[in-house]
Ligand binder design. Structure first.
Ligand code: CA
Length: 627
């Protein structure tokens, strides 16, 4: 009796406050909107709000059926499966939440899909990809450098800190990127990364790989609308945009990590520790379960919880997030970070569902593997992966990258020097389609190529000439065109592009600025820039380099000779890795040279009247259009 009385008093006093305070509370509905007209009619919404699972949900809209509502152990979540029928029209779908006498209607918008041949085009070997780290390229909008309430402000003096680069800076320099001959831009991740940095241990999140909200562009980079503007501006000028995504992990401050829907949303770090980064365990026939668990279930770093994509709700969340971004922004491709680290079945499902919805789209998986078989294993329909099909069109060609880093820096021998490259390419029979490999001499995680080759412009140019003329899709890291250097700790590989900030003394976006850098850096910046620009424009118009056959010859005296050819054209490439000039007798190459009498060397523009013997200076590449 006494207890009942107590409760009665409590209710009397508290009721009026509760009536106001306890409205049905919805903080998030994700995806925030959707479309009619997808081939997959299903979409799963995540509704997040205090005790939202107490609500009963109903949907009343022609053509839209609510298939089920899923409750999980955390009462702050509801998952709603909707089926958008073929007859459903764009409009506002009222989703009604009822708890007792309280009602809340959430207006969920269905848009019409924006179908245009400019959008979601994919990318292939006719492209040149320019990789930009948004925080480090150009600060086009200083007003977003410091956002009140976010956990990190801009500090250019701190190597691990944010430097203020943003989407506006990229939009402002699309002219520069296009003039350089690049046809696609790949941005390191632009999702919100509202993480507290700890510079003392080298934990900065300017790189973008610790998402805290995967439906929002980080406000220090701009807004979703500015991302859309960037993609549209690029596509209007015939360029493409590739978005970086990460499904292996998020940041510790991700909103769903702070209040996890289920206990199996992420792997238990106390059980699996951090990953061993040995993705070879995935295909290693002798791998122990402990090692494989460490690879897949271990955390990438302490600040990045490792997602457990075996949880169907999480898997759906990630898949619909991807489809949302592609349809919303129109992007042409995705670079998937740490592709081998999540569950491979999940990655295959994600890839298949994305490509089913966007058939011209392309995805490159970051498969950072040490050799050709373990890289080729990840490409679609691989002969190496047994019953497993990854569906993944493109892989990152780390084996070729390693060879390009070593070939010019070592004594040539039986399998060293340029023969190293020959051997890597001779293993292409392992790939389903090596022409779809993304090839590179460096990226945001790697020592810049100029530093790898000891800041030697001759070696640098040979490496780039090879990259531009062999098979695959070349990717150029921002600043390569001005021979930026850097290695060691990550921030050194991600220095600010000179001139990207109004206060920079030298602006390398201009000819005068590059001229000034010649002296400032003691490197032939203008020469390298012209080399990259000329070769880029030449390559863009050369179908034979995009899709032509490749025939190469065993290197002799560290001279590597190969041909790109088709019915209409033949291009001969000679790379002399030796210090000394060499005369190359071309009789050995007659199978590819028959019918050709003359040629034009592309880099120098020199006409070559006699092809029987070619004098090639030391440490030089010749690219000859045969006539
Ligand atoms: Ca800024």
């Amino acid at each position: 009796m006494i207890r009942k009385k107590g409760l009665f008093i409590f209710v009397l006093v508290a009721m009026p406050a509760l009536l106001f305070a306890q409205q049905i509370n919805i903080d998030r509905v994700e995806p925030p909107f959707w479309w009619t007209g997808f081939s997959n009619p299903d979409v799963q919404l995540v509704v997040y709000g205090k005790d939202i699972s107490n609500s009963r949900v109903s949907v009343n809209y022609p053509g839209v059926r609510m298939k089920q509502v899923i409750m999980v152990e955390n009462p702050n979540y509801l998952f709603i499966d909707l089926e958008i029928g073929e007859d459903a029209q764009p409009g506002v779908v009222p989703i009604t939440f009822r708890e007792g006498r309280r009602t809340k209607v959430h207006e969920y918008r269905l848009h019409e899909r924006q179908l245009s041949p400019n959008r979601q085009q994919g990318f292939d070997s006719s492209d040149l990809i320019y990789l930009v780290m948004p925080d480090r390229f150009a600060n086009g909008d200083p007003s977003n450098d410091n956002i009140p309430g976010m956990l990190e402000q801009t500090d250019r003096s701190e190597p691990y800190g944010r430097h203020g680069g943003d989407l506006r800076g990229i939009i402002n320099n699309l002219d520069y990127i296009q003039d350089l001959g690049m046809t696609a831009v790949w941005l390191n991740p632009v999702f919100e990364n509202d993480m507290p940095p700890d510079y003392s241990v080298g934990a900065g999140f300017y790189h973008g790989y610790a998402a805290t909200d995967m439906y929002k562009v980080d406000r220090r980079f701009g807004s979703n609308e500015e991302f859309l503007e960037l993609v549209t501006s690029a596509q209007d000028r015939g360029m493409k945009v590739i978005m970086d995504m990460i499904h292996n992990h998020v940041g510790t401050h991700h909103w769903f990590i702070k209040d996890m829907p289920t206990s199996d949303w992420v792997h238990d770090q106390s059980k699996y520790g951090n990953t061993n980064y040995r993705t070879s365990t995935i295909m290693d026939p002798y791998a122990s379960e402990a090692d494989l668990n460490s690879t897949v279930k271990g955390w990438f770093v302490d600040e990045m919880p490792d997602l457990d994509q075996r949880n169907e709700l999480l898997a759906n969340y990630l898949i619909y997030n991807t489809i949302w971004w592609i349809e919303y922004s129109g992007i042409d491709g995705i670079r998937m970070d740490t592709h081998p680290y999540p569950y491979q079945d999940y990655m295959a499902r994600w890839t298949r569902m994305v490509l089913e919805e966007f058939p011209y789209f392309n995805i490159v998986g970051e498969a950072w593997m040490p050799n050709v078989p373990t890289t080729a294993w990840w490409q679609y329909q691989s002969i190496l992966s047994g019953d497993y099909d990854s569906y993944l069109p493109s892989v990152t060609d780390f084996p070729l990258f390693y060879a390009l880093g070593q070939a010019f820096n070592e004594e040539p021998g039986w399998d060293t020097g340029l023969t190293r490259i020959y051997y890597v390419l001779s293993q292409d029979f392992l790939y389903t389609d090596p022409y779809l490999n993304v090839i590179f001499v460096d990226n945001h995680d790697l020592t810049r190529y100029a530093t790898s080759v000891g800041e030697d412009p001759a070696k640098f140019k040979m490496g780039l000439a090879l990259l531009y003329t062999t098979r695959g899709i070349p990717q150029i890291y921002y600043g390569t065109e001005i021979m930026m250097t850097g290695g060691g700790i990550d921030p050194n590989k991600r220095k600010d592009f000179p001139g990207g900030w109004a206060e920079d003394p030298i602006n390398a976006f201009t000819p005068e600025g590059r001229e000034a850098l010649n002296e400032e850096w003691g490197r032939p910046v203008t020469g390298v820039y012209e080399f990259v620009r000329n070769l880029s424009h030449w390559r863009n118009g050369k179908e034979v380099i995009h899709t032509g056959y490749l025939t190469h010859f065993v290197p002799v005296d560290n001279v590597y000779v190969y041909f790109r050819w088709n019915e209409d054209e033949t291009v001969m490439v000679l790379i002399n890795g030796q210090e000394e000039e060499q005369t190359v007798e071309t009789g050995r190459f007659s199978e590819r040279m028959q019918g050709f009498a003359r040629g034009r060397e592309v880099i120098s523009g020199a006409e070559i009247g006699d092809l029987t013997a070619l004098r090639i200076p030391g440490r030089t590449a010749f690219i000859i259009e045969l006539e």
